[in-house]
Design a protein around this ligand. Structure first.
Ligand code: DLL
Length: 434
């Protein structure tokens, strides 16, 4: 179903006009209401009146995560805190979290954005939606909760963790939609098998997955285990949370809610536009979130954009599955390696399970890339010949894609750490100062 047909199928020219009107409005607003923007723009000799066409956005300086941190907690607000409806925060790996604030209007925008993406995946009013994201400061749980509720669905705010109980609830309450990270969905699938459940006794039909990278191969594995239609959706707290983009039933990229978020795709070295179809860093501007506008935010997420027609009838641009982040690209012996490439190789091999870890070390100035992966069939671990053959096959397949040698270790099924929220599969233990 198309939630907001007028907007989502709007002819491009009309959409661009709407974007320009909104861009002018929000940039002027930010400049007038938020000293941070006024100072930044004055320094760059930019004034909101310079925006006459959409391309003039290039004249505006970027906003970065450090700007949000430096203005912790309320420095980027356009309104007094008395006008806020909600405050979320994204947990940083160190130091203070990044705080994101919403006015009542911002909450309406956010809820509609999430409702759109859930509808585009096929969620409707008779669904029972189990939200297995951790409730709390994280935007994922409440964002998706509100969006699905807006569609009229019944929500089970299960939160994450206690997987056995999740599965019991899912079966007894006849959950039809699962909202979680893809890695947690995979874990639920594994546990379900281990506990002896039969997926045919469940009513699950859709999985709304987001908040971390997942490959097509991983979706296929989840689909096999849970017998559901899987959907990938993307967002980030700094901009709003979930609701920036999501796949439709055609599953050929995530439609960006372009009337609310203006996307640019840049080559992160040259900061020039990446060509259509090429990978680049996504830069986003909030067009309608006035409590805490974020203009030209460098997401560090690497994707590509497709403005071509989509079978679903939506005219909004589609972003490809994330290839990774500018900052999680590993450079190993001079070669660029994305964790998603490793995942793609592993999950295309039925002999291994979906869980893996990537460990990078440096010894004597030499980088070493190790991949630990669980075998699908534990009985293999007693057969040395078969085990060696499998190890060599994985090494070979990884080398074909990555062009470098990888140390492969095989582990027992269910022996690696599982994550209930975002997974942390990459451990870069190098001291890069040496
Ligand atoms: O993860 C918002 C969200 C919640 C999106 C639930 C979708 C579903 P943050 O915690 O601020 O916000 O993390 C944002 O997570 O910059 C990406 O690097 C990554 N990310 C989010 N969605 C996807 C996705 C939420 N579908 C950061 N694929 C972003 C790959 C994703 N990475």
């Amino acid at each position: 179903m198309i939630y907001d047909k007028r907007i989502e199928t709007m002819p491009r020219e009309e959409l661009r006009e709407l974007q320009l009107i909104r861009l002018k409005k929000i940039v002027t607003f930010a400049y007038e209401k938020i000293p941070f923007y006024k100072q930044k723009y004055a320094k760059a000799r930019f004034h909101p009146t310079h925006i006459r066409r959409l391309d003039d956005i290039k004249r505006i300086p970027f906003t970065e995560k450090s700007d949000l941190r430096d203005n912790y907690p309320y420095g980027l607000l356009s309104v007094p805190t008395t006008q806020l409806s909600r405050i979320h925060a994204s947990s940083g790996t160190s130091g203070k979290p990044t705080v994101v604030c919403y006015t009542k209007d911002d909450m309406r925008v956010w809820t509609n954005c999430c409702a759109r993406l859930a509808a585009s995946a096929g969620v409707h009013s008779s669904d029972i939606v189990q939200v297995s994201f951790g409730y709390g400061l994280f935007t994922g749980a409440l964002g998706m909760h509100q969006g699905c509720e807006k569609l009229g669905a019944a929500i089970i705010p299960a939160s994450s963790g206690n997987t056995e109980r999740q599965i019991m609830l899912m079966k007894d309450l006849q959950t039809t939609v699962l909202v979680s990270t893809p890695s947690y969905a995979l874990h639920i699938g594994e546990m379900l098998e281990k506990l002896g459940y039969d997926i045919r006794d469940f009513k699950l039909r859709i999985g709304l997955f987001g908040s971390e990278a997942s490959t097509e191969a991983m979706h296929a594995e989840i689909k096999r285990k849970l017998n559901i239609f899987t959907n990938d959706n993307y967002g980030l707290s700094e901009l709003i949370g979930p609701g920036v983009s999501g796949e439709c039933l055609a599953k050929c990229g995530m439609h960006i809610n372009e009337d609310h978020f203006y996307p640019e795709l840049l080559n992160s070295d040259t900061l020039q536009d990446a060509a259509e179809g090429e990978y680049g860093e996504l830069v986003l501007t909030t067009l309608t979130k006035f409590g805490m506008p974020v203009i030209r935010y460098r997401t560090k997420d690497i994707t590509s954009l497709d403005y071509g027609r989509c079978a679903c009838g939506r005219t909004t641009v589609r972003m490809s599955k994330l290839r990774g982040r500018v900052d999680d690209m590993l450079i190993i012996r001079g070669v660029n390696v994305f964790p998603s490439q490793i995942e793609g190789v592993l999950l295309n091999m039925p002999e291994v399970g979906g869980q893996y870890e990537i460990i990078v070390t440096r010894d004597n100035y030499m980088d070493r890339l190790e991949v630990v992966v669980e075998v699908a069939d534990g009985s293999l671990l007693t057969d040395f010949e078969k085990l060696n053959k499998l190890r060599d096959k994985i090494k070979h397949n990884l080398k074909t894609i990555l062009q470098i040698d990888v140390v492969v270790k095989l582990a027992e099924p269910l022996s690696l750490k599982r994550y209930e929220g975002k997974s942390q599969r990459v451990h870069d233990n190098r001291d890069l100062s040496k």
